[in-house]
Design a protein around this ligand. Structure first.
Ligand code: AMP
Length: 114
């Protein structure tokens, strides 16, 4: 089922896009939890982590990590470090069922997470 992120991919609703390639899109989170909070998504609809098939999606996931590294570098947070998060399902706190990687940085992260 399509989510709000498909609408962002299709430019039906606006987003502050920071990176785009053939297969991946990244944009600023609308409710940032850190000075830098970017969502990196595949353009194809994969609802959640448990729908990932290693062999089928390896290249796509690699592209998402490449995008995260590029964005972190472009935004000047690569050296100090950052956090990448995939929330999965209800207990993971997932709200939008279109796979997304959170890139969080610009401040020291807490551990354990809430
Ligand atoms: P999650 O809880 O892991 O599913 O994360 C979903 C994230 O999407 C949240 O951090 C929301 O703030 C963010 N979000 C929801 N709608 C939008 C939107 N239209 N543009 C940007 N970020 C959004």
């Amino acid at each position: 089922m399509s989510t709000i992120f498909s609408k962002i991919i299709n430019r039906e609703i606006p987003a502050d896009i920071v990176y785009e390639s053939e297969n991946v899109l990244a944009f600023k989170d609308i409710r940032p939890q850190a000075p830098v909070h970017i969502l990196i998504i595949p353009k194809t609809e994969i609802p959640k982590v448990t729908d990932i098939k290693g062999k089928e999606h390896a290249e796509l996931l690699g592209e998402m990590f490449d995008a995260a590294n590029k964005i972190a570098s472009d935004l000047g947070i690569a050296e100090d470090g950052f956090r990448l998060v995939f929330n999965c399902g209800n207990n993971g706190g997932q709200e939008v069922y279109h796979l997304h990687m959170h890139l969080l940085g610009g401040r020291k992260m807490n551990w354990p997470p809430g």
